[in-house]
Ligand binder design. Structure first.
Ligand SMILES: [Zn+2]
Length: 254
């Protein structure tokens, strides 16, 4: 009789554990599933490795639009754009978070300048061709000019700036030095502040130093990407690139 009580008590405990594991609402209420999961739970009671719970989002969400060389922009996709005070455009759905972030920067004594935001495919072609020309003007041969351009400038159609969710930013002091967009911008107080606060406003550093193999784009300390607060928190806390995060979501059927 005692044995019987113990068994049913164990079942209750295991059932609770199972539900806790499936926090996203995927817990199966059928007894069968609970029993088979319970066996696993029992064997791994001690060394419990906690896999962080993925946010309840979908790879089809507007703020997770992936644009890269493997996923060129669908030119028929309509993006609701809003024009900012300096004439540049971003997706209007990210505007409240972007404005809040820039207001906070101002309050922190920083003077951020938005260098680039939404780019049409035509504009990207101009940027791309200009970059090659700049290298040629520096006396480099065409092959080198093309190689160095491809390291930083996405091929027209493959730029994340087509998504209207990407912003290139430096502060006004840096801009005045004429150094332009170079990785060393990360030595400035403003870039450090952006890195510390981006998560709270739904942004990530899109092309980090440690993720060049995954993003296929060299480290860009000035290029931030809006993904929304929930996604930004997961990506930053788990040290992922956007490509890795989206692959993880897809694997989980999201
Ligand atoms: Zn950029």
């Amino acid at each position: 009789m005692n044995k019987k009580i113990l068994v049913s008590l164990a079942a209750v405990v295991l059932l609770t554990g199972c539900q806790a594991l499936n926090g996203d609402g995927t817990a199966d209420s059928s007894g069968k599933n609970v029993v088979s999961t319970s066996t696993e739970t029992t064997s791994s009671v001690e060394p419990e490795k906690k896999e962080p719970v993925l946010p309840n989002v979908s790879t089809a969400d507007w703020n997770l639009l992936l644009v890269n060389s493997d996923n060129p922009m669908d030119s028929s996709r309509e993006i609701p754009l809003t024009v900012l005070s300096n004439g540049l455009q971003i997706d209007q759905r990210m505007e409240p978070d972007y404005t809040a972030w820039m207001d906070a920067a101002k309050n922190a004594g920083l003077s951020m300048v938005l260098i680039s935001a939404y780019r049409s495919i035509d504009l990207q072609k101009t940027v791309y061709d200009q970059s090659i020309q700049d290298y040629l003007n520096q006396g480099k041969d065409y092959e080198t000019a093309l190689k160095e351009t491809n390291a930083y400038v996405a091929y027209p159609g493959a730029s994340e700036h087509h998504s209207a969710l990407a912003v290139d930013m430096v502060d006004s002091d840096w801009l005045a030095t004429g150094k332009g967009l170079i990785p060393e911008y990360d030595q400035t107080a403003s870039q450090k502040w952006l890195m510390q606060t981006m998560k709270d406003y739904g942004f990530i550093l899109r092309f980090p130093k440690s993720k060049e193999a995954s993003t296929k784009i060299s480290y860009e300390s000035w290029h931030f990407r809006y993904v929304g607060k929930e996604n930004a928190a997961y990506i930053i806390e788990n040290n992922l690139s956007l490509e890795e995060y989206i692959a993880k979501l897809k694997e989980a059927g999201k």
